[in-house]
Design a protein around this ligand. Structure first.
Ligand SMILES: [Zn+2]
Length: 498
């Protein structure tokens, strides 16, 4: 038996100016890993490929890994990167007994609005009868071609995504059972005309907590896999938004009933998926009051500009306000600015430097740009920027923030990095000698993923509206391609098709 396991994962923010080339898919290696090296890196990790490897290990099978290519969210995928990765996956497909693919589900390329659907179409063309199992992120924007050309689709049921390996294990086991003739998967899918706000999608919060609980209940009651995708709204494409896919064992009416119930419940909860923005000055005043209680670190969340939603990670508005307001004892993660890191490395640890920090990547999708922040401080530490992930999301994988410098501006420690990473694991501070629990304030460029590693460490979280292509204010973005009408861009109170 021959099982092919591969990954091509990207969440595309169509408003992001950050280039998505092959290097971004390689984690800094130049080209993505494959074969025994990939198996060595991903076995036993809290990742989709880790979950697929676990499913495959339950059988006597030869495992082939043509490529594992995962890029942090950013702008549309460059065509040459897409073709390089797709070619390797398609070339491995003929002769496979089962194909298991870790795809994000919200990948847009320079040429394809539905990057995953196009990939699956190509794979299906050379492997017409082979069971294809797919693991998708909860932020997938689902298209008909994904469902048409896959045998099984399962999506994460948690956000932060702490069930990546579990999701792939589930999809892998169902797909392998289909190969063995023990189940006959059928799928029903649909979407609702709504763009749930990312800040309101966390599965610790209503309504997604209840929706995902119901999905799990449906699985306990007989469906093979039930996935509700909250979708990724920072993508101006036809099918952005909330969708559902249900897999059952040869019972299409059951799949359709589950799908319809979840879509109806999500639609009823649509107002609870809307996020209200608080002005930055009000947020900082509130943060100061909370810090005065001395109950533990206050987390300032710079949610307009995070890597995991495709941000440039170099906007400076929240950091500038923190410095202007004179907040003390702050640890900041982080500002992406390779040029500033090079300057600080040249000056050396202990040197006093004045640098122009961040604000360097133009954001054509926004009317208002970010500006570089001129700061004077001391180079506190230099690092190659690698640390092992230890939290439930990505545990066991090596994180790479590139060459990194810590700049101390008074009592504000600013981490400046050369590769984009989302700060969800406290290792991003601790690997640099910064203990987050010992600080009065933490400032993180994150939206929801910080919760996996930082929620247990802080006393309060204050969401701070800054600037960036992950803006929490939809009115700052121009949507031209998403299907209309759609809630809340349009004030609709009914949806078609129910
Ligand atoms: Zn996601």
């Amino acid at each position: 038996m021959r099982i092919v396991i591969a990954c091509m994962s990207h969440e595309t923010n169509t408003f992001s100016p950050v280039i998505t080339d092959l290097d971004r898919f390689s984690g800094g290696r130049g080209v993505p890993v494959s074969g025994a090296e990939a198996i060595g890196i991903y076995s036993g990790t809290a990742s989709c490929v880790g979950g697929f490897l676990q499913a495959a290990a339950e059988l006597e099978a030869s495992i082939e890994v043509p490529i594992v290519a995962a890029a942090p969210p950013s702008g549309p995928v460059e065509n040459d990167a897409y073709e390089y990765i797709a070619e390797r996956i398609v070339a491995a497909a003929p002769g496979a007994d089962v194909i298991l693919l870790d795809l994000h589900g919200a990948m847009v390329t320079r040429s394809y609005e539905d990057g995953e659907g196009e990939l699956l179409r190509r794979v299906r063309a050379v492997a017409p009868e082979v069971p294809i199992g797919v693991a998708l992120d909860m932020h997938a924007n689902l298209y008909p071609d994904m469902v048409r050309h896959a045998t099984v689709i399962s999506g994460y049921q948690t956000y932060p995504h702490v069930d990546m390996d579990g999701t792939a294990l589930k999809a892998g086991r169902i797909t392998l059972a289909a190969f063995g003739g023990r189940v006959s998967p059928v799928m029903a899918w649909g979407n609702a005309p709504m763009l749930p706000h990312v800040m309101r999608q966390g599965t610790d919060d209503f309504p997604n907590s209840a929706l995902q609980a119901r999905a799990k209940e449906m699985e306990a009651q007989g469906a093979l896999s039930v996935s509700l995708f909250t979708g990724f709204p920072h993508a101006d494409i036809t099918n952005a938004g909330l969708s559902v896919v249900v897999v059952t064992d040869d019972d299409l009416p059951l799949a359709e009933r589950c799908r319809d119930e979840l879509l109806e419940r999500a639609w009823e909860d649509r107002r609870d998926f809307v996020y209200e923005v608080e002005p930055l000055q009000a947020s900082l005043a509130r943060a100061r009051d909370l810090a005065a209680r001395d109950e533990g670190p206050v987390l300032l969340l710079d949610h307009y500009d995070n890597t995991a939603s495709g941000g440039t990670m170099d906007t400076t508005e929240v950091l500038a306000a923190v410095l202007d307001e004179g907040l003390e004892d702050v640890a900041v993660f982080g500002i992406y600015d390779p040029a500033a890191v090079r300057e600080m490395a040249a000056a050396g640890v202990g040197a006093e430097v004045t640098v122009s920090l961040g604000g360097k990547l133009p954001m054509p999708a926004l009317a208002e740009q970010s500006r570089p922040l001129t700061v004077t401080g001391r180079v506190k530490l230099l690092s190659e920027g690698r640390f092992p992930a230890t939290v439930a999301m990505s545990r066991g994988l090596s994180m790479n923030m590139g060459r990194t410098a810590v700049l101390a501006v008074g009592s504000v420690d600013i981490v400046v990095i050369s590769r984009h990473i989302e700060p969800f694991d406290p290792g991003c501070f601790r690997s640099l000698g910064i203990e987050p629990t010992a600080r009065r304030y933490l400032m993180l460029k994150s939206r929801i993923h910080y919760r996996v590693g930082f929620a247990p460490l802080v006393a309060h979280v204050v969401e701070c509206a800054g600037r960036g292509v992950c803006t929490s204010d939809y009115s700052e973005l121009t949507f031209e391609h998403v299907r209309r009408p759609i809630y809340p861009l349009d004030g609709i109170n009914s949806r078609e098709g129910l």
